[in-house]
Design a protein around this ligand. Structure first.
Ligand SMILES: [Zn+2]
Length: 102
C-alpha cells in the first residue's frame, strides 16, 4: 500500500499516545494484540502490537488507511479497523514512519 509522505516532516513522526482498544470494523470483535496508539502531528495514526519506541518490533500494525474511525467508550478510546489491512513487520519502523516516545 503506498504511503503518503508526511506534509510536516517528510517521514511521519509517530508519537506514542498510550493504549487503545481496537475492534474489527465488520464484526465488532476486539483485536486484543493491537493496543499501542501512535499519532503524527499531521494526523496520521498507527496502532501496533509492539512498542516500537522502546525498540520492540511492531509485529501486527495498522496505519491510517485501515483505521475506519475512533470513539470514546467509558473513557477509553476505541478504534475500529479493517482487519484485511493489518500488516506484519519484524522491524521497529515502517517505510515513511519513525516511532518516538514523545
Ligand atoms: Zn506526519
Amino acid at each position: 500500500m503506498p504511503i503518503a509522505p508526511c506534509p510536516t516532516y517528510g517521514v511521519h513522526r509517530m508519537v506514542m499516545q498510550g493504549s487503545i482498544v481496537v475492534k474489527d470494523d465488520d464484526t465488532n470483535a476486539t483485536i486484543s494484540n493491537l493496543s499501542n496508539y501512535y499519532r503524527c502531528t499531521c494526523g496520521e495514526r498507527v496502532i501496533s502490537e509492539g512498542m516500537a519506541h522502546y525498540n520492540v518490533p511492531l509485529r501486527d500494525y495498522v496505519t491510517e488507511g485501515g483505521i475506519q474511525g475512533t470513539t470514546i467508550i467509558s473513557g477509553k478510546t476505541n478504534a475500529f479497523v479493517e482487519r484485511d489491512l493489518i500488516y506484519y513487520t519484524s522491524q521497529t519502523s515502517i517505510d515513511g514512519y519513525r516511532f518516538y516516545s514523545a
